[in-house]
Design a protein around this ligand. Sequence first.
Ligand code: DOR
Ligand code: ZN
Length: 346
Amino acid sequence: MTTSLTITKPDDWHLHLRDGAMLEGIIASSSRHFHRAIIMPNLVPPVVTTAEAVSYRERILAAKPRADFFNPLMTLYLTENTDPADVAAGFADGLVTAVKLYPAGATTNSASGVKDITKVYPVLEKMAEIGMPLCVHGEVTDPSVDIFDREAVFIDMVLDPLRKRISGLKVVMEHVTTRQGVDYVLSQEAGLGATITTHHLIINRNAILAGGIRPHYYCLPVAKREEHRLALRSAATSGDRRFFLGTDSAPHSDPNKETACGCAGIFTAPNTLSCLAHVFEEEGALDRLEAFTSLNGPAFYGLQPNEEKITLVKRAEPVACPSKVHTGDGDVTVFDPMFPLYWDVQ
Ligand code: DOR
Ligand code: ZN
């Protein structure tokens, strides 16, 4: 039985760090285990320009524990007024790494997102020209489309036509949650990757709805049926270069989750690596964990893997993980995988 595993230090290719007291309270949960992270720009107001991304990055670095090395890779929130020249200059100067497309209304703080995709073609064409990746929240917002179908419909109605129109655009389908999403990525040889979250490998929609409504398992895209979770597990544990970890760790204070209209988001940063080692061991794929957490992401983004290593150790007794992180903005509940965790980061 494997009881210790040393891998290249992981990166998180999709992370929400928030700002202010929440940022200060939760940053260590990521900087402790991850070397780099793609930082989501959906603050209020959103991070729209390179100058805003630079100043947000400074706030992140000021909030992190001094002893931790952590390199936040910044993204810009795409709006219908985004200036292609600002995006290109930010990318050329190494100040921003990617642009994030939120369809307007799709999720938390997405009101300033894109309503009419044709309006952002000039930015996307520029990005294709300079090789800058587009991170996509892949859900349609049409209220007549069932929430469990919104990702599959997005692929057919928006993503595939967009990629055909702007060929050469490098796209990451963020937090893919369906078999259709996995199959679409697998059908494309180049220019398309996908992040997979920790929680979508562990829960299906029953976790949210069966036996009572559990807001701490609610996120967007919402967890789907079991067949989809199994497709995600097989993609993540396959080692296929097109799939990599993006935790989508998304903290909200407990009062904002435990209410009549609770926020979407699951806070997985503190125990993500323990959960992933458990999942990969269950799938007999511990030898492919490193590809998922530490190699495939940098390769997609055209970056080198980290030089540092981390060691995961399997303990004889379950590892104690705090169920909440206390922040100046209130307590945040940590993802409960509903099984004991034995893997620990040394
Ligand atoms: O569950 C989610 N939470 N999905 C998103 O797309 C946004 C995120 C957040 O910012 O809370
Ligand atoms: Zn997200």
